[in-house]
Design a protein around this ligand. Structure first.
Ligand SMILES: [Cu+2]
Length: 406
């Protein structure tokens, strides 16, 4: 894991370069009045070399560039194609307490980590333990971010309950954390969705109990000050499914996907440790837009003939997702996660509001690679895509002509 603070290094070297100029002028001034011994010091040459080295490190250490002038700009993108290029920015960040944070190899929550469908006919009292933890992990290889998580992953664990269930949440704020964290469940009826009683300082645990009154698929997230948006964009969001009494129709595979935005002071593709860019968040200009916490975080497997259900959330904090699976049509959409209302059928692209969720269902008729996207397609260049690989027999009655064998 690359946690070199390149941005800090760049600033330090630019300051050194700047300071070296007046220092040299001063020494040259002194040199004129002094002996031959001073003149033999080659101050001009030393200063020139020093200036070149410090400026080179100050301007380029860790900065993303394409490495070859194959396009008009030398800015890197992280989409699956070459892509249009994004403005090159460099900025400053401060990095504190780096050694206190746990380093997570893969921040992505497993998209198949979903509790099984509920088959019981009665209500139960469930207890869910959640640990808020601030960690370090990579957005793309070599680019590290200080994620704030629930249970060390983004999104937070998928919670499954049944309407009428009573749910007790135990929220621990890990002692290594710097910030107070909390939970606001959109499945809760009551002030703050639980956040009023679940503000937990580091090292403490608090408990909250609620009854699930409405079926649906709901976001839950941290709702702590001074900026709820800042907590969410660091990774503190997940989904809770409240099944209706009769449950949901059976499917072969269920997947868990949540879109999120990351705002870093470095540009898209910059290496090293990236500081959070609050101004970029306020401007609504994310550096990365990701499924399940990082670029490439959603890799799914299925077979021809499978019926698929995807629970798709949007942690925000600025964008509305236009969720689409390239090469598929959603047979059924639960619009905005609504249950017991009108379902949509035969939908190409569906909206997932910030702080909202949806459910899409479809059957797989053909093998191959299907790409999940936010169909505001510029966002794919910032990472908003996932992959669904489908194995099985080709059906040329549906998809013609047959793709060339590889
Ligand atoms: Cu928080």
């Amino acid at each position: 894991m690359n946690i070199i603070p390149y941005q800090l290094i760049r600033i330090a070297f630019l300051i050194l370069a700047l300071l070296s100029i007046p220092t040299t002028i001063y020494l040259l001034h002194r040199m004129r009045k002094k002996s031959e011994k001073w003149k033999r010091l080659h101050l001009i040459e030393i200063e020139a070399v020093f200036l070149i080295i410090t400026l080179a490190i100050g301007l380029f250490a860790g900065v993303a560039y394409s490495g070859f002038p194959s396009s008009p700009q030398f800015v890197k993108t992280v989409g699956p194609g070459a892509g249009p290029h994004l403005p090159l920015l460099s900025s400053v960040h401060f990095f504190k307490n780096v050694n206190n944070f746990e380093k997570i190899d893969d921040i992505s929550e497993n998209p198949t980590a979903i509790p099984p469908p509920i088959s019981r006919n009665t209500s139960e009292h469930l207890t869910i333990d959640i640990v808020a933890k601030e960690v370090l992990s990579e957005i793309i290889p070599g680019t590290t971010f200080n994620y704030w998580t629930f249970n060390d992953r983004v999104p937070a664990p998928f919670i499954r309950a049944r309407v009428g269930d009573t749910i007790t949440i135990n929220l621990e704020n890990h002692p290594s954390n710097i910030h107070t964290h909390s939970l606001d469940f959109h499945a809760v009826t009551g002030p703050g969705g639980g956040a009023e009683v679940l503000q937990v300082p580091p090292g403490e645990t608090k408990t909250f109990t609620f009854k699930a009154l409405n079926p649906g698929i709901y976001i839950y997230h941290c709702a702590s000050m001074p900026s709820v948006a800042a907590h969410m964009t660091h990774g503190q969001y997940g989904l809770i499914l409240i099944e209706p009494e009769e449950g949901l129709p059976p499917v072969d595979k269920e997947f868990y996907i949540v879109q999120g935005e990351l705002y870093t002071m470095g540009s898209t593709g910059d290496k090293g440790l990236q500081a959070f860019d609050a101004q970029a968040m306020l401007d609504g200009n994310p550096t990365y837009i990701v499924f399940n916490g990082r670029v490439g975080g959603v890799q799914l497997e299925a077979n021809v003939g499978d019926t698929i259900r995807m629970y798709v959330g949007n942690g925000g904090v600025n964008l509305i997702s236009s969720f689409h699976v390239i090469g598929e049509i959603f047979d059924t959409v639960y619009p905005e996660g609504s249950m017991k209302g009108a379902l949509f059928h035969n939908v190409q692209t569906t909206l997932v509001p910030a702080g909202g969720a949806t459910i899409v269902e479809f059957k797989l008729e053909e093998p191959g690679t299907y790409i999940l996207v936010d169909h505001a397609l510029a966002r794919v260049e910032k990472g908003a895509y996932g992959i669904l690989n489908v194995q099985g027999e080709f059906n040329e009655e549906i998809y013609y002509p047959k793709p060339t064998e590889q």
